[in-house]
Design a protein around this ligand. Sequence first.
Ligand SMILES: NC(=O)c1ccc[n+]([C@@H]2O[C@H](COP(=O)([O-])OP(=O)(O)OC[C@H]3O[C@@H](n4cnc5c(N)ncnc54)[C@H](O)[C@@H]3O)[C@@H](O)[C@H]2O)c1
Ligand SMILES: [Zn+2]
Length: 344
Amino acid sequence: MSGKYKVYFSNDFEKTLQNKNLKNSHLLVDRNIWNLYRNKIKNKYLSTKIITAKEANKSLEEVIKYIKFLLKNNIHKNQSITVIGGALVQDVGSFTAHILLRGINWIFVPTTILAMADSCIGSKSGINVGEYKNQVGSFHAPVAIYICPEFIQTLPESEIVNGIGEILKHGLIKGGTIFEKITEEVKNIRNLRVAGEVIYQSLLIKKQIIEKDELEKNVRKLLNYGHTFGHALEGYTDHKMAHGIGVLIGMDLANFISLKEKIMSTSNFNKIHNYIFPYISTYMVKVTDYNKYMKFLSRDKKATEGELNALLSERIGKVKIVRIKLDTKLKNYIKEYFNTYARR
Ligand SMILES: NC(=O)c1ccc[n+]([C@@H]2O[C@H](COP(=O)([O-])OP(=O)(O)OC[C@H]3O[C@@H](n4cnc5c(N)ncnc54)[C@H](O)[C@@H]3O)[C@@H](O)[C@H]2O)c1
Ligand SMILES: [Zn+2]
């Protein structure tokens, strides 16, 4: 299935690209990375395909175009694809590598914090079909992952917060001293040594969970904390809201619903809210059309028969799956949340 793979941490991106694993490989690279780091990347690959990181490019049509490009460049089984970019380019590269020639090797150099601290492990890919997000995909792990925190230096602030979303999620699921450590360190994530440490901790938590449940039959579902409500916000904003920021708001909203349902105490809600809110306050959107938001919520992969398997939480370190109805009561909780916390 997805096999064994290693995650390497490197302080020197250029030296990393000299690695023998990255030879005999076709490059798929994010356009902004190409523009910023072209001199360090070019001339090392059998072919180079540059893609713009936008949701419209994470489509089956783009995958087919890319496959045709690779076939024209005579790709064969003993070659690989090297993906350099964020999780969007990762999704395109991973899915292509999974279906092309019934599966070829791929190598990943993640360049966003989200991709370094979360999506690079776990083997998943998701491709959009029209307006339906991530509805086609596969499990196909890269043969190696090279994490070079120096890429963080060129990330805009919103992309830093985007990555922090998944890191905090891992901390909140795990709890204990690791949560305390992560929340302290994440404040200094622009420091590359600290970034390496936080990314490592974040991946370790995810690794422990996915090793128990690779195919998301049980405990791996916890990693969807914040995602159901977050995905609906991403959809509601026509994907202007970044995934990790959606996850942060989604966790806060899930906790608010947990509070209303008396699963979480007021003091636990306030404690977690005070960790999350400083990151989201400037990105918060005011939902005004609640029927539209509920429509996106009901599209969740985990929604059936008017009900949702929601990831709610009792406290830090205790997230659980609760089946809730997609009804007026839920809509009113959501309304109350946005009326209280979204100023715009
Ligand atoms: N497969 C998975 O497990 C998984 C997990 C989470 C999210 N996703 C998907 O990934 C996508 C989001 O990925 P993302 O958050 O990594 O962002 P992204 O790949 O969309 O990149 C965000 C922006 O940052 C730019 N960028 C990337 N690295 C940069 C750098 N080092 N310096 C400057 N700019 C840089 C990109 O060009 C883009 O404009 C969504 O489509 C989401 O559905 C997949
Ligand atoms: Zn996510």
